[in-house]
Design a protein around this ligand. Sequence first.
Ligand code: HEC
Length: 96
Amino acid sequence: MTNLAGWIFRVTWLLAAGAAVAGEDAIELKAGAGRELVQANCVACHSLDYIQMNSPFLDRKGWEGSVNKMIKVMGAPITEADAKGIADYLSANYGK
Ligand code: HEC
């Protein structure tokens, strides 16, 4: 491989890897009141696709339980007021 071919190979590889990482971050939640709360509080530990994956299963009670579990079991630092706003948003936009 010439030096130029090696360089092109590496740049192509980096671009592909970058695109894969960007794809991971590109999850767009539906627009609605409270979306910023979710984006600010729910990405610290895992991707937002956890929300999309669970939307067929969780109703309002389910989402409240899930947010509470993130706070009580996983240790998410979310205030009670924010937790309510998050549950409102999730049950309105991703509720069963
Ligand atoms: C402190 C870290 C942390 C934060 C912040 C966090 N989560 Fe999680 N979450 C986790 C962990 C760890 C799991 C995997 C738990 C498991 O495997 O049972 C998880 C799993 C989930 C699941 C999959 C179902 C389940 O109960 O295991 C959902 C849905 C979820 N989180 C939603 C949220 C939402 C909504 C928020 C914002 C309110 C949030 N998470 C914030 C740590 C966190």
